[in-house]
Design a protein around this ligand. Structure first.
Ligand code: TXA
Ligand code: MG
Length: 349
């Protein structure tokens, strides 16, 4: 299958292209589209065949549920059993935006979309192009991140192309994503709301709106076999470059010295670094430095993270290291993605 990439301008001129994309969705085909978090691989959220196509195109295990994307809140009642007060509060505070809410699902949502679960994840993105596309589709659009399963999520159209060319008919190119990390996921299907995946909105943001919020332990560390994460997708190897990646925690200078000491003529290393700590590597040999931005601006690190993880594989290095980035409101989400990308290989110096 030929995969076309077509640019969105963000103006009225996009209308024919959005109609073309929506027609593909209505016909059960898949379309990749930009959101403010990462690119999504969209398919009709109420059509089991479209769900199966999504799993096939991504190479994704069938027990890993999809998020339904909507253009407006009026689309939600038919999809859910009830809208709890916590959900009302979250939607009021954070929608449209990078937050996914998990509800008890109605009969309308096929089990293929939810990986057999009795709950359904729903999100209303803030990205204008995404909203216009979803409005044209006139139905909820199931959309996981538009990467091959296990790879870093795509934050630009080129990355979608790398992973899915030949597998889908159309990629809508809206340029680079603003946030760069996937949405925060909160489950409100039981009485105590629970954070399942950290994102741009932090635990503190959620607590401000909801009062108490539980945190799925799987968001903080590797889960053991008998303790599956509440978001099934979080148990799979994720975000990973092809090269092994090691995450180094510690004070700036000690971290840089340790990483430098690991490099050698037969051991060129790719290193994810911040702008502030870049000078600590000056003069060191056998390093390919991949800057992520300023740690003082954690949104910059978040925006560049997945692109940088993809660059590791083009660096010519044999192994990759990353500095740690726990500070700032998005620090927890950045470290969650980095720890997974490193397969929880973390060194403390
Ligand atoms: O920002 C985002 O959320 C992006 C963009 C495209 O919107 N989408 C995204 O989808 O990250 P995906 O499929 O890559 O990640 C969805 C996560 C998975 O870990 C999945 O297990 C979890 O959400 N999830 C989906 N439905 C769920 C449910 N009913 N209960 C628990 N976890 C669920
Ligand atoms: Mg994903």
């Amino acid at each position: 299958m030929e995969t076309k990439i077509k640019k969105l301008s963000g103006t009225e001129k996009d209308r024919p292209l959005l109609e073309e994309a929506a027609a593909l969705i209505r016909a059960g085909e898949l379309v990749a589209f930009p959101t403010e978090t990462v690119y999504g691989l969209g398919g009709n959220g109420l059509d089991p065949r479209a769900a199966r196509r999504i799993y096939e195109a991504k190479g994704r295990p069938g027990d890993n549920p999809l998020i339904l994307h909507v253009a407006g809140r009026d689309q939600i009642p038919p999809l859910v059993k009830e809208i709890p007060e916590a959900a009302e509060k979250l939607m009021e505070a954070f929608w449209p935006g990078p937050l996914t809410v998990i509800f008890a699902k109605s009969e309308l949502v096929p089990p293929e979309t939810t990986g057999g679960l009795e709950t359904v994840a729903i999100r209303m993105p803030a990205h204008e192009g995404a909203r216009a596309f979803l409005a044209c589709c006139e139905r909820p659009v199931a959309a996981p991140s538009a990467n091959r399963s296990g790879r870093p999520s795509p934050t630009e159209a080129q990355a979608v192309w790398e992973d899915l060319q030949g597998r889908i008919p159309l990629i809508l190119d809206g340029g680079p994503c603003d946030i760069g990390l996937e949405s925060t996921i909160v489950d409100v299907s039981s009485p105590l709301p629970m954070l399942l995946r950290p994102g741009f909105y932090s635990l503190a943001d959620l607590k401000r709106v909801l009062g108490s919020v539980a945190v799925d332990p799987a968001t903080l560390r590797q889960v053991e076999g008998d303790e599956p994460p509440r978001a099934p997708g979080m148990k799979y190897r994720h975000y990973a470059p092809r090269l092994p990646l090691i995450l180094v925690e510690g004070e700036d200078k000690a971290r840089a010295d340790f990483i430098i000491s690991q490099a050698g003529p037969d051991r060129p290393l790719a290193v994810l670094v911040s702008r502030e700590t870049l000078p600590l590597y000056a003069g060191a040999d056998h390093l390919v430095l991949i800057p992520l931005g300023r740690r003082e601006k954690d949104e910059e690190i978040a925006r560049n993270l997945f692109g940088a993880l993809r660059k590791i594989d083009e660096s010519g290095a044999v192994l990759a290291y990353s500095e740690s980035f726990e500070k700032g409101p998005i620090g927890a989400a950045i470290m969650n993605r980095l720890s997974k990308a490193a397969g929880y290989h973390i060194v403390r110096v």
